[in-house]
Design a protein around this ligand. Structure first.
Ligand SMILES: Cc1cc2nc3c(=O)[nH]c(=O)nc-3n(C[C@H](O)[C@H](O)[C@H](O)COP(=O)(O)OP(=O)(O)OC[C@H]3O[C@@H](n4cnc5c(N)ncnc54)[C@H](O)[C@@H]3O)c2cc1C
Ligand code: SF4
Length: 428
């Protein structure tokens, strides 16, 4: 059987591994290790915060290695590292967001049908919402913002509303891509953890394999097919290391939270992002923002008394993954839209509390990177960029043409399914 190397085990990589194993002998190279939810209880973290030892967001990776944190002058960049990729630290939101792809002539109906057959999606968590969330939902409805309970992926009958979604669900309620990875392994795929792909080796216009580092050793993994799914920050690095330039079109969906002090809000014990409101260039959702709570001086208040709304902006594709850093400036348009969204949040929070409020802003953080080798009309059928050799594909958020300002996992999975289908034709 022909050999396929899949790089990364997140939304895209685990999907491709599951779909291709059996047609190819699949080996998944994953830079991180096994995922474990963060075990630190919030009161302990609040205690550490009081000591003043928390001053740099990158410290979070020390206690929670599944979290990779980088910083630009304007924001904190977050992604997951390890088996399951960023899906393990997601909030479980499951939205179909393929409008921009459809505009390119890409019809993913069949793939989404499969996705919904394989991943349970539900709003059953609504039954567990606490009083402040219910009231906030009503206020947003009165303001004609059309709030909708967020569809979540997984078995939410197991959800206890502990509010630790982004720290890894300790109750097994959330779906993450380790479930697809597990299926791939049961079918015979090999998964090599703690193995960082550096570059794709090419000879005579074809990919012959991947050079990857594991501990101190570096090895060549031969392949007939290579699929890169190391995520929106890492896939461009591997491509560029392999001599394939990417586009300076990186987007990240910046998140800015607007908080107020509200006694007994207890948002830290509510499911993250229980409902969403779609706005023209961003979405709004209630959210307990750990990054700001731990590191932003304006958020030095008891967790139980903070009530916050998240703005998730569909930012301009104006960033770049460079050899040594990630450049991700906010454009004037981005800043203006964020400003408008902040005003909207302030109005919601004013209505909610029924009195003048003193809102505080969070640290801008972002965790939906993509767009560095985007699909265009030219690749609408092939899903294969002309810069790549015929047997090298990309199957992650790198392919997305625009920022979604919305949860991308389901859409990435649908894309990865299409890539797998196209690659399967090479198996014969
Ligand atoms: C806090 C947070 C919450 C989120 N919540 C949601 C949500 O509720 N719903 C939603 O749809 N989206 C959510 N997202 C976004 C979503 O998780 C990501 O957009 C999605 O997982 C990206 O899929 P991917 O396949 O592109 O990359 P990833 O899932 O990030 O997977 C990439 C994988 O590649 C590995 N890797 C990296 N470099 C290498 C290398 N050199 N060699 C080998 N392996 C490598 C990584 O360790 C990782 O396992 C959230 C993101 C964050 C940060
Ligand atoms: S609120 Fe708690 S139990 Fe529910 S999905 Fe999130 S982490 Fe899991």
């Amino acid at each position: 059987m022909k050999r396929a190397i899949v790089v990364g085990s997140g939304a895209g990589g685990a999907t491709v591994a599951k779909e291709l194993q059996g047609r190819f002998q699949v080996t998944v190279l994953e830079a991180g290790g096994a995922f474990r939810p963060c075990a630190l209880p919030l009161p302990a973290v609040e205690g550490i915060r009081k000591t003043g030892l928390l001053f740099d967001e990158r410290e979070m990776s020390l206690v929670f290695p599944a979290l990779q944190i980088r910083k630009t002058p304007e924001m904190v960049l977050v992604n997951g590292r390890g088996l399951g990729g960023t899906t393990t630290i997601c909030t479980g939101n499951a939205l179909r967001m393929d409008q921009d792809l459809r505009a390119l002539g890409i019809d993913l109906d069949a793939e989404f049908q499969e996705v919904y057959a394989e991943i349970p999606v539900t709003t059953v968590h609504q039954r567990r919402w606490r009083k402040p969330t219910r009231r906030l939902f009503e206020v947003c409805r009165e303001l004609a913002l059309d709030p909708q309970p967020t569809p979540k992926m997984g078995d939410y009958t197991r959800c206890v509303g502990c509010g630790r979604c982004v720290l890894g669900c300790p109750h097994g309620a959330k779906w993450d891509s380790r479930q697809f990875l597990h299926v791939a392994q049961e079918r015979g795929a090999q998964v090599i953890a703690n193995c960082r792909a550096e570059r794709v080796v090419m000879e005579d216009g074809r990919a012959t394999g991947v050079i990857a580092r594991r501990g101190l050793s570096r090895r060549f993994y031969p392949a007939d097919l290579v699929v890169l799914a190391a995520g929106g920050f890492a896939t461009p690095v591997i491509l560029q290391n392999s001599g394939i330039p990417c586009e300076p079109r990186l987007f990240v969906d910046p998140v800015l939270c607007v908080g107020i002090e509200y006694e007994g809000a207890a948002q830290q014990r509510e499911i993250e992002m229980p409902f969403v409101m779609q706005r023209p260039h961003y979405m709004l959702s209630p959210y307990f923002d750990y990054v700001s709570f731990l590191f932003n001086p304006a958020w030095r208040r008891p967790a139980r008394d903070i009530l916050a709304l998240m703005i998730k902006l569909a930012d301009s594709p104006a960033g770049a993954v460079l050899p040594q850093e990630i450049a991700k400036p906010l454009t004037d348009v981005d800043k203006r839209r964020l400003g408008e969204a902040v005003e909207e949040c302030q109005e919601i929070l004013r209505r909610f509390s029924g009195q003048p409020v003193q809102p505080f802003l969070g640290t801008i953080n972002a965790g939906h990177p993509g767009g560095a080798l985007p699909l265009t009309e030219q690749e609408a059928q092939s899903f294969h960029h002309r810069r790549l050799p015929g047997n090298l594909y990309v199957a992650d958020a790198t392919l997305l043409p625009q920022a979604l300002g919305n949860p991308p996992i389901l859409t990435i999975i649908a894309l990865a399914k299409r890539v797998s289908r196209l690659c399967a034709q090479m198996a014969a």
